[in-house]
Ligand binder design. Structure first.
Ligand code: PHE
Length: 341
């Protein structure tokens, strides 16, 4: 037995310091000292010894166990230290390397222009509304006096979701007029900015998705003079004192009379250039006095109340505000362009 223990001791004390991982070390511990390990196997033979021999042999076995345990403990410390060292090396941070520069973005120029426009109107007591881009034809057309068969309802111009042409991507923000009339108390002063959609090919001045800012005032005694005065004031605040505008007669089904407003071209000052297509003017909005039929359809007494509304093209205004020559630049989001604002 003594010889067996000596043999075990020699091979164990050679193997344990050589263990190259904590898993291997644990396997060795089980192999030598485990319940079914080699030391236990040897001790099973104690029964064969005489009563005089047993205590000495027992003592020897305990000594061996203690020796192996301390060798295992030592190896364990060594392996843990090595593992920690490796981990620290892996996670080492060189604090002398210059850091990555954090690039801070900023608001898109179109939203800068929108914020300015909203501020101007909020300053005049208007409330800012938000509304659905997926709209019912009821709001986009019917209640705006564009009856079935009206050319603006054509499939070639409008993105419909259903065969019956009842659900669509709104083609204008004007449905917000109706939504406001149906839900708000009079008098009403609102602006409602948002995306609109039309089946247009992309070019320097067109996109199938663009933004409008709808505006509407309904009160007693409101006139076309209020509309012109308000819009002129807004254009001066946006583009500077002395900004020249002009109003041209136009037609919309939901306003009567109707007009379009142009601002003088910023590139050529009215002489005519590529930006204004030789016109000297840039069309920025449609407007008019709300048609009495539209007021009545939304339950407002058109004898007592009058109102006006407008729909601005936000991209056009942003382009003039920031002297941008091509609409596509606004949507491409090339940082070389955006960085300039
Ligand atoms: N909705 C019209 C358009 O998209 C603009 C408009 C709004 C005209 C409000 C009159 C009143 O062209």
């Amino acid at each position: 037995m003594k010889a067996l223990m000596q043999e075990l001791k020699e091979s164990a004390l050679k193997a344990i310091p050589d263990a190259d991982s904590l898993e291997n070390l644990e396997a060795l511990r089980i192999k030598y000292l485990g319940k079914k390990g080699e030391l236990t196997a040897i001790l099973k033979q104690m029964g064969k010894l005489s009563a005089e021999e047993r205590p000495a042999m027992g003592q020897l076995a305990n000594q061996l166990r203690a020796e192996l345990e301390s060798s295992i403990e030592e190896s364990k410390k060594r392996l843990e230290a090595a593992a920690l060292e490796a981990k620290l090396k892996l996670e080492a941070v060189d604090v002398t390397i210059p850091g990555d520069e954090l690039k801070l973005g900023h608001k898109h120029p179109m939203y800068m222009a929108l914020d300015e426009i909203k501020d101007i109107f909020v300053g005049m007591g208007f409330t800012v509304l938000d509304g659905p881009e997926v709209e019912l034809a009821t709001y986009n057309f019917d209640k705006l006096n564009a009856e079935e068969g009206h050319p603006s309802r054509d499939w070639s111009d409008t993105f419909y979701f259903d065969e019956d042409s009842r659900v669509m991507l709104r083609s204008q923000t004007s449905p917000m007029q109706v939504r406001a009339m149906e839900t708000m108390k009079l008098p009403i002063r609102i602006v409602a900015p948002g995306r609109v959609y039309r089946k247009d090919e992309v070019d320097a001045t067109h996109s199938p998705m663009f933004h409008q800012v709808e505006g509407m005032v309904i009160d007693k005694g409101v006139t076309m003079a209020d509309l012109k005065g308000t819009l002129n004031l807004v254009m001066e605040q946006l583009f500077g004192k002395g900004t020249v505008t002009r109003f041209r007669p136009h037609h919309f089904p939901f306003t009567e009379p109707s007009c379009e407003m142009d601002v003088q071209c910023h590139k050529c000052g009215g002489k005519g250039c590529p930006t204004c297509k030789g016109e000297g003017w840039i069309e920025v909005l449609g407007a008019g006095m709300i048609h009495p039929k539209v007021l009545e359809m939304s339950g407002i007494d058109s004898e007592e109340y009058t109102g006006w509304a407008f729909g601005m093209g936000l991209e056009r205004l942003a382009m003039r505000r920031f002297k941008i020559s091509d609409l596509r630049l606004i949507f491409e989001n090339d940082v070389r362009f955006l960085e300039q604002f």
